[in-house]
Design a binder for this molecule. Structure first.
Ligand code: SF4
Ligand code: SF4
Length: 266
């Protein structure tokens, strides 16, 4: 996308007291306020975006380093909740978002459509500041979007079927998956591991017990582990959280003067 186009009829009003324009590539932290920094020169904040400096909340790339836009959105939600609480709103501590689990398709389009490199401006035309990497056309862009890796999915292991063979551990290209048979020691102090299976095998397998750990900071959702499980006990499920405490404000179209168009609540 090279330009921003205005689409007639899409204007809408967002009621608010302040609008904070936030767009930047370089962290702009207030050095004179003694904001604590981590050894990586990032701002120190907890997962609720609280810093040790009064009235200062921080999240996103300036706290965790470069990451995905979905992480930035999540930080924004948590920071908004913390600021809301700081300003006096009551935020129930034990409120838990509703979890919705859906089974996913048993295939991904990324398995069928190859990744396509964007077209490149020919060397003889590179005379000015015109971007060298050109945009996809509509068809290419739609095909690329179909290749979604569905990274909102997580493993589901049928514990009654898993035989703790370790095949999924062996084939994982990211070393994100660890099959730990009882008695083995694992250093999980670096954090990030989630237990997805904890099972005890029958007598035919020696009655051994074990578990499977996944580190979702490393997992790319390639699903090679699913393909190589000899007993097909790995599937993937999509998990969504519906946080009723963060209701969306219905958009108010400018032209109709008040009729809401966006559905609230999701
Ligand atoms: S490949 Fe399948 S059976 Fe083997 S340890 Fe992994 S989940 Fe269990
Ligand atoms: S989906 Fe891919 S990266 Fe994730 S645990 Fe399985 S093999 Fe490893």
């Amino acid at each position: 996308i090279n330009t921003v186009q205005k689409l007639p009829g899409t204007e809408h009003v967002l009621p608010c007291r302040y609008a904070i324009f936030a767009s930047g590539q370089i962290m702009d932290f207030p050095q004179d306020q003694g904001v604590p920094l981590t050894p990586r020169k990032l701002m120190e904040a907890d997962t609720g975006a609280h810093t040790k400096t009064a009235k200062l909340f921080a999240g996103g790339d300036c706290v965790q380093g470069p990451s995905f836009i979905v992480d930035a959105v999540a930080w924004g939600h948590r920071a908004a909740r913390s600021i809301n609480e700081f300003l006096g709103a009551s935020v129930p501590r034990d409120a838990k978002p509703l979890t919705v689990i859906e089974s996913t398709d048993d295939h991904r389009e990324a398995d069928y459509y190859l990744r396509e490199e964007p077209p490149i401006l020919p060397a003889e035309k590179r005379m000015d500041m015109t971007p060298v990497e050109l945009p996809w056309n509509d068809e290419q862009a739609i095909t690329a979007a179909l290749r979604c890796f569905q990274c909102d999915t997580v493993h589901h292991v049928d514990e009654s079927t898993c035989i703790l063979c370790g095949a999924c551990d062996d084939v994982c290209p990211e070393k994100a998956l660890d099959v730990v048979v009882a008695g083995e020691n694992r250093d999980t102090s670096s954090g990030g591991f989630v237990e997805i299976c904890n099972t005890v095998l029958g007598e035919e397998f020696g009655g051994k017990s074990g578990k499977i750990l996944v580190n979702y900071d490393r997992c790319t959702n390639c699903r090679i582990c699913e393909d190589h499980c000899p007993v097909n006990c790995i599937t993937f499920q999509r998990v969504r959280f519906r946080d009723d405490a963060m209701q969306m404000i219905p958009l108010t179209p400018v032209a109709s003067g008040g009729k809401a168009t966006a559905k609230a609540g999701l």
